[in-house]
Design a binder for this molecule. Structure first.
Ligand SMILES: [Zn+2]
Length: 187
């Protein structure tokens, strides 16, 4: 994954650098969250994430705002989060833009062209909120299916802005049952 430094050799901000067709490095820097003591000077951005963002920008024909991209583990912990979010790897963005939530919600519901295009770009997780969407390029599920959560109308989600990977309870339950079974038949 390519890492983009915020400053040039003279210590000047590289905010103007175009990292994709529609987005500048400054937009990512402003969507970066850390403790001030951490002094973050660069961020990793997957190329596929940029492709997906440019595609969505084209699709809605409206500017897209990056609410949140890279977040440090220390920042997450201070916010009371686990620190396992894809944002801590630079693989996730929260985006807002006119028509964006509707576009993504329909894509997931109807598995239309937009859906498959995003999956082709390696978008393996989508989260929907009232005013923004979360997309990330984590590894896909073994089944190939999408990680998906819809928190529209969830007022606690609004305040939290975003969460981490939802826990896969199905897998956890199966593992628990296996452990119980093994324990029972140990003697
Ligand atoms: Zn997010």
């Amino acid at each position: 994954m390519r890492v983009y430094p915020f400053y040039d050799d003279n210590g000047n901000l590289l905010d103007y650098v175009q990292v994709s067709r529609y987005f500048t490095l400054g937009e990512f820097r402003n969507a970066c969250f850390s403790l001030s003591s951490e002094n973050i000077r660069q961020v990793p951005i997957p190329q596929n994430l940029l492709y997906a963002m440019d595609y969505l920008r084209d699709k809605i024909g409206q500017p897209i705002h990056i609410n949140s991209h890279f977040r440090t583990i220390a920042h997450e912990k201070r916010k009371g989060r686990s620190g396992n979010s894809q944002h801590t790897l630079g693989k996730a963005v929260d985006l807002s833009g006119q028509g964006l939530v509707a576009l993504i919600e329909t894509a997931v519901k109807e598995r239309n062209e937009v859906y498959y295009k995003l999956r082709d770009f390696g978008i393996n997780a989508i989260g929907i909120y009232d005013n923004f969407v979360h997309i990330d390029t984590r590894s896909p599920k073994v089944s190939g299916d999408l990680y998906y959560w819809n928190k529209k109308g969830d007022s606690s989600a609004k305040k939290k802005d975003d969460d981490d990977a939802p826990i896969d309870w199905g897998k956890g339950l199966i593992l628990l049952l296996i452990l119980v079974f093994i324990n029972k038949h140990k003697k």
